[in-house]
Write a protein that binds this ligand. Sequence first.
Ligand SMILES: *Cc1c(COP(=O)(O)O)cnc(C)c1O
Length: 396
Amino acid sequence: MKRAAPALEAALSRLAQRQLQRQRTTVEAFAAPDSRVVALAGGRELIDFSSNDYLGLARHPALAAAMSACAARAGAGSAASHLVTGHGAEHERLEEELAAFTGRERALLFSTGYMANLAVMSALAGRGERVLLDRLSHASLIDGALLSGALLRRYRHADAPAAARLLDADGARTALIATDGVFSMDGDLAPLPQLSRAACARDAWLVVDDAHGLGVVGASGRGALEHFGLGAEEVPVLIGTLGKAFGSFGAFVAGGADLIEYLIQTARTYIYTTALPQPVAAATRRALALAHTESWRRERVLSLTARFRRHAREAQVPLTGSGTPIQPVVLGSAAAALAAQRQLQEAGLWVVAIRPPSVPQGSARLRVTLSAAHTEAQVDELVAQLARACARSAQA
Ligand SMILES: *Cc1c(COP(=O)(O)O)cnc(C)c1O
């Protein structure tokens, strides 16, 4: 232990020098459930513009009530993995509801999206095969590809022809193409129809991780696939997370009955881990129902997104083409992004700087996210403060 310490110290100080050291901020308290105002130690209040709580469900009293009612019945912990004694009625019902929601034969719950992606990638690809990923894929897809032992090839962001060329390249057979549906740090959509045609033509799986699309994108919130009018034929493997728009925790894989059974039998991140607590599944079921009955939430976050973009454009805040609630303001260097984060924080706004390796070198940014729980006035204040921060950043 002692012997390694100087090396760790040196590595940490290199991170600090490059402005890449990460810091946690402790939230002490929350304002009203339908607001994104948080209080830090000492009572300092900030408006949170960095969470993935797109529908404003994370602190909805109905989710907390479902959770505590279930905990009173079933307890706080699952006490075992799903294949031993940990699989409960709430898990089972949630899986049925997720299968119905996604229009697939079956769905399988995982404790996190990270684990779901490790499971899918290592189940569907292996040594001697090739896996294709978008350059901006989420880290968990990359780690899943590495874990699979397949040869990992990455294509230029959102470039379906580049993916098709790699599919055709000599050598190993391509087992699968995997992509985010909505890209987590950029908010844009993957070219799913083109990727699906390429994958189908070469008999490769197409795996879509729609962590940021489900609940938000598509006419009824069924995500990037609904947006493009794609079904289980075109995208046989769909991964979703439950800790973002659905305000709860956990993740799922939805697909054909054989795929799900194969994951249950073989996926190590499913088999060798304690089942998600049932109260969490109960809260998620409530969230799914609310996302359906309160469709105004989706309409509201999208209309706040449009308002943000309209006003930001007028104020000359640099925007990307993203039409989702993920609105990156790319500033370039890690130092510039951190300075802007600090300036916004002084003005009472919490917008976190995202730096490499979460995003490519030279594209550090403020990752703004909007939520149905924001008010118009808060969004307008954000634009005003971003305009100031960007002007200062341009001068520096
Ligand atoms: C957040 C995220 C994950 C991980 O999901 P968790 O449930 O938070 O582990 C996976 N993929 C994408 C694209 C994500 O944004």
